[in-house]
Design a binder for this molecule. Structure first.
Ligand code: SAH
Length: 392
């Protein structure tokens, strides 16, 4: 196995269990590492630190274990079993059949996302190491879930732009038959298209926040901007909203949002969906106001360099929303950009509030649910931030 030796003094972050080794910290290699290989990391004077996946780029090693260990079938099986034990504790099975089983660093599996949709597992590799291990991971999933697992779908083509993956389209790694596409979440039903949908097919990370929104919905006129497959819209209708408008720039998302509303409400629900740009909708649609809004845009900043522009965009979006919220109305506003921290986001919303000149109070501060755990040694894993505001 290839060994990496760090520069003197560069072992501190690993000693504090941060799971990344940056390229600038590496002094020398013993052996040759190919992308995706499992390697061992040592201090400058040869004390073992960690085992991890090697990749070219600024993050050179992502740590799989702070022990010397083989990354074999037993390793994957143990990691997934542990992940499943946590989900059994935090997901109320019965009314929720979809959850995140593996959340990268949050499960000590950097680069690996696995979402469970009923009996289908959707695997998304963000590193070459995880991609190369996909068949071993699929086998471990079968061992851990047994007959409860009908399919494992690999959806890494979009997240992994390496040469290795270019020629490998998304595909089933295992398929024992047709698996249902309708999941339950807090008792609501959603059709999930993991083959063609965005990310792994559904935004599981808003589960708890959708439920909170439903508690504010009774009798209100609701706007769900960036609705994707209509998660917040279904919960608002379930909570007794007087009417719900859903907006997304993707026609495919709008079709799915309509389908999901129909799945949940037999009689015609007071719901209308618009395939249009969210900013255009706020600026140009007739100027009636809403009593409750959800703003859940895509990540405006995908890397640190985009931070300034992203903060401007959050400010602009929230200011436009404040111009359309009725007195006493409630705004659920989110950012899922990893590089925008809680304080940055709150400042952007603060600036938007100041532009509106209206009294604004924070009622709740929201984050990601427990099946998207944050490794305390890897604070970068806290990516979803939300504020629930009352606007006078
Ligand atoms: N709130 C959703 C997830 C939102 S994901 C849920 O609970 O499931 C972000 C969505 O924003 C995507 O569906 C994407 O199509 C949409 N989107 C991106 N840019 C947009 C824009 N400028 N206007 C409207 N929708 C946009």
């Amino acid at each position: 196995m290839t060994r990496l030796f760090l520069k003197r003094g560069r072992e501190e972050s690993l000693r504090r269990f941060h799971p990344w080794v940056f390229s600038g910290a590496v002094a020398r290699y013993e052996g040759q590492a190919a992308e995706g290989d499992v390697v061992e990391v040592y201090t400058h004077d040869g004390v073992f630190l960690a085992t991890g996946h090697y990749q070219e780029g600024s993050i050179t090693v992502r740590v799989l274990s702070f022990q010397q260990c083989a990354v074999d079938a037993a390793f994957w099986e143990a990691a997934l079993r542990k992940a499943r034990v946590l989900r059994k504790a935090v997901i109320s099975t019965g009314d929720t059949t979809a959850y995140r089983l593996a959340h990268g660093e949050g499960d000590n599996l950097p680069g690996l996302i696995i979402d469970l949709y009923g009996s289908t597992a959707v695997l998304q590799a963000h590193t070459i190491g995880m991609f190369r291990a996909r068949h071993a991971i699929a086998d471990a999933l079968r061992t851990v879930y047994g007959t409860q697992l009908a399919a494992v779908y690999d959806k890494s083509a979009a997240t992994l732009t390496s040469k290795e993956n270019e020629a490998i389209p998304d595909s089933y790694l295992y398929r024992a038959g047709e698996s249902g596409k309708v999941i339950s979440e807090n008792g609501y039903r959603f059709a999930v298209d993991w083959e063609k949908g965005q990310k792994t097919g559904f935004f599981l990370d808003q589960r708890d926040n959708r439920r909170l929104l439903s508690q504010y919905a009774k009798g209100r006129s609701v706007l769900n901007l960036f609705c994707y497959t209509g998660g917040f819209s279904v919960y608002a209708l379930g909570g007794g909203a007087a009417r719900v408008h859903s907006v997304d720039s993707s026609q495919r998302a709008i079709d799915l949002a309509n389908e999901n509303v129909s799945l949940n409400f037999l009689r015609a629900a007071p719901h209308e969906a618009f395939a249009t740009d969210a900013f255009d909708f706020l600026y140009n649609s007739d100027n009636h106001t809403y009593d409750l809004m959800a703003l859940d845009p895509p990540a405006f900043a995908k890397h640190k360099g985009a931070l300034r522009n992203a903060l401007q965009a959050y400010k602009r979006l929230n200011a436009a929303a404040f111009s359309r919220i009725a007195p006493g109305g409630i705004v659920f506003t989110f950012s899922c950009s990893q590089v925008v921290n809680k304080v940055d986001f709150r400042n952007a919303v603060f600036s938007a509030a100041a532009i509106s000149g209206r009294p604004v109070r924070i009622l709740h501060q929201l984050t990601q649910p427990a099946d998207h755990p944050i490794n305390i040694y890897h604070p970068e894993g806290e990516y979803l931030k939300g504020l629930v505001l009352q606007v006078e």
